[in-house]
Design a protein around this ligand. Structure first.
Ligand code: HEM
Length: 471
C-alpha cells in the first residue's frame, strides 16, 4: 500500500514537472501555427513527425545538423554498452574522438578493405547457392552473417581465424543486446536507470555486455601485441604474420590516438561495429529486394558488371568499384526511398535561430525528418515514392541538398566510404552468380510498397524475401 502511494506521488511529480517544462514548447506551437498537444514524457516531440516546416525542409535540416551537435537524452540507453563512444558521446568528448575517427576511416585505409569484402562476398554467394532455385528465401540472415564477419574483420583484425565457438557467443550477445536496447527505447517507462536496474532484464543485459567486452578486450591485447611485433620487425616468423600492410581499424585507432586507454579503444571499436552492421545489412537487403522487383533495373546493373569484368572471374578491386556509375545510382536511390536512419536526433544546447527566423529554445529535442525530405514531391517530383535510380544520374543541386542518408554536418556518418564500398561489392558478387526474382508472397508497386519496420535502423517488414536463380 505504502509502495503504491509512493509510486503514485512519483508519477504525479513527473507529470507536473513535464507540464512545467512544456510551457515554452506550447508557446513555440502557437508561433508556428501548430495546434498539436504536448503529451506527458514525450512533450512536443510529435510536431516534428510529418511535414512540420521547421525540420523537414533541407535548409533548416542542414542548419540544425551543423549547429546542434548534441544527441539528446534518448541516446543515454546506449551508454551502458558503448560508454563515451563517439556516436552517442557529448559534444566535448565527441570532438576529440571524431578527429581520430576521420584519420582512421580515411580513403587510403578503407580502400584496402575491398579485398576483405570481396573474399567474404564469395562465402556469402556459396551459402546462397544452396538456396537458389528453391523458392522464396529471406536474405536477411545471410546478409547479417556476411556483414558481421566483414565488420569484425575490418574493425578488430584477424577474427576470421577464430574458431566458431570463440566468435559465435560474441555475435549473439552483441546482436541481442542491441535488439533489447531498441525494445527498451519503445518503452519510455524503462528509461529511468534506477528503475530499470531492478528488472531481471537488466542483469541479462549486463551478462551480454560482459561477453562483448571480454571478446573485444582480448582482441585489443592481440592487436597491441601484433603492432609491437610489426614495429620490431618480427612479423616474418611469428604466429601473426599479416599477409600485407592492411591494418584493422582497431590497429589504426591505436596508431592515431597515440595513447587511447583500453576502455577508449573498446568504446570506439564498439561504435564502429554498431554503426556499420545494421546499416549495411539494411541497405544491401533493400537493394537486393528492389532489384528483384525491378527486372529492368537489374538487367542494367548486370550489363554494367559485364562491361567492367568483361566476363572474367576475379576478385573485385577498388578500380572496379569506381567504374560502377549505374550501380552507384541504384544504391543512392535505395537509400533515398528506404533510408536506414529515417529520423536523426539532436538537442539544442542554446537558443538557436533557424534560417526561417524561428527561435528554438535551449533544451529542445529535435528530430530531423530524413524520410520526409527523401520523399518530398517538392524536390523529387510527383513520382517521389517510385524507385527510379535514373534520378541520380542527373540529380539537381536542390535534390542533392534534400538528400542525406548519411546525415549532414560535422557529425554525419564517419564511415560512409567504407559503407559504399561494402555495398557495391556485395551486390556485384550476388548479381554475378544469380538472377534475382520477386518473392511470390508480395508484388511491389506504388500502391503496394515494401513494408517497413523501424528498429535501430529501417528493416523490411517481410524479412527481405526474394527468389534466386543460378545464372
Ligand atoms: C550504408 C551504410 C551506412 C549508413 C546509411 C550510415 C548512416 C549513418 C547515419 C545516419 C549516422 C548518424 C549521423 C548523425 O547523427 O548525424 C551515422 C553515424 C556514424 N556512422 Fe554510419 N552509416 C553507414 C555505415 C557506416 C560504416 C560502415 C561505418 C564504419 C565502419 C560507419 C560509422 C559511423 C560512425 C563512426 C558514426 C558516428 C559519427 C559521429 O557521431 O561522429 N557508418 N551513420
Amino acid at each position: 500500500m505504502i509502495f503504491q502511494f509512493f509510486i503514485g506521488i512519483f508519477i504525479i511529480v513527473l507529470l507536473i514537472r513535464d507540464k512545467w517544462k512544456s510551457v515554452k514548447y506550447m508557446q513555440l506551437h502557437k508561433k508556428i501555427g501548430i495546434s498539436s498537444m504536448s503529451f506527458p514524457f514525450i512533450g512536443h516531440g510529435l510536431i516534428f513527425y510529418g511535414d512540420g516546416e521547421a525540420i523537414s525542409d533541407p535548409e533548416s535540416a542542414h542548419f540544425v545538423l551543423k549547429t546542434c551537435l548534441d544527441k539528446g537524452s534518448m541516446t543515454l540507453v546506449f551508454r551502458h554498452m558503448v560508454g563515451n563512444g563517439s556516436i552517442f558521446a557529448q559534444e566535448k568528448i565527441w570532438r576529440i574522438r571524431r578527429k581520430i575517427n576521420a584519420m582512421v576511416l580515411a580513403p587510403r585505409h578503407v580502400n584496402k578493405f575491398t579485398k576483405v569484402f570481396s573474399r567474404n562476398s564469395q562465402v556469402l554467394v556459396e551459402k546462397l547457392a544452396k538456396a537458389a532455385g528453391k523458392g522464396n528465401i529471406s536474405v536477411w540472415e545471410y546478409l547479417c552473417h556476411h556483414v558481421i564477419q566483414s565488420a569484425c574483420e575490418t574493425t578488430l583484425g584477424e577474427t576470421v581465424n577464430l574458431r566458431p565457438e570463440q566468435f559465435q557467443p560474441f555475435c549473439e550477445a552483441f546482436m541481442s543486446y542491441f535488439d533489447n536496447v531498441i525494445k527498451r527505447l519503445c518503452q519510455p517507462w524503462l528509461y529511468n536507470i534506477t528503475l530499470y536496474k531492478l528488472l531481471p532484464e537488466a542483469s541479462r543485459q549486463s551478462a551480454k555486455k560482459k561477453i562483448v567486452w571480454s571478446f573485444i578486450n582480448n582482441l585489443i591485447i592481440r592487436n597491441k601485441v601484433m603492432l609491437k611485433a610489426k614495429r620490431d620487425g618480427l612479423t616474418e616468423n611469428n604466429n601473426f604474420s599479416p599477409s600485407d600492410d592492411t591494418k584493422s581499424l582497431l590497429e589504426l585507432l591505436i596508431d592515431y590516438s597515440k595513447g587511447y586507454s583500453d576502455t577508449e579503444l573498446r568504446e570506439e571499436s564498439l561504435v564502429l561495429l554498431l554503426a556499420s552492421i545494421d546499416t549495411s545489412v539494411s541497405v544491401s537487403g533493400f537493394a537486393l529486394v528492389l532489384l528483384s522487383q525491378h527486372q529492368d533495373v537489374q538487367d542494367k546493373v548486370y550489363e554494367e558488371i559485364q562491361q567492367v569484368f568483361e566476363n572474367s572471374i576475379r576478385p573485385i578491386c577498388m578500380d572496379d568499384i569506381n567504374k560502377f556509375k549505374y550501380l552507384d545510382a541504384v544504391i543512392k536511390e535505395t537509400m533515398r526511398v528506404y533510408p536506414t536512419t529515417p529520423l536523426i536526433m539532436r538537442k539544442c544546447q542554446k537558443d538557436i535561430k533557424l534560417p526561417s527566423g524561428l527561435i528554438l529554445k535551449e533544451g529542445t529535442q529535435l528530430v530531423v525528418n530524413i524520410y520526409g525530405l527523401h520523399r518530398n514531391p517538392k524536390y523529387w517530383g510527383p513520382d517521389a515514392d517510385k524507385f527510379k535510380p535514373e534520378r541520380f544520374l542527373n540529380a539537381t543541386p536542390e535534390q542533392l541538398t534534400a538528400y542525406m542518408p548519411f546525415s549532414s554536418g560535422p557529425r554525419n556518418c564517419a564511415g560512409y566510404r567504407i559503407g559504399a564500398i561494402s555495398l557495391k561489392v556485395v551486390i556485384i558478387s550476388v548479381l554475378q552468380k544469380f538472377r534475382l526474382k520477386p518473392s511470390s508472397s508480395f508484388t511491389y508497386n506504388e500502391q503496394n510498397p515494401l513494408r517497413m519496420i523501424h528498429t535501430l535502423v529501417t528493416k523490411h517488414g517481410d524479412r527481405f524475401q526474394l527468389q534466386l536463380e543460378h545464372r
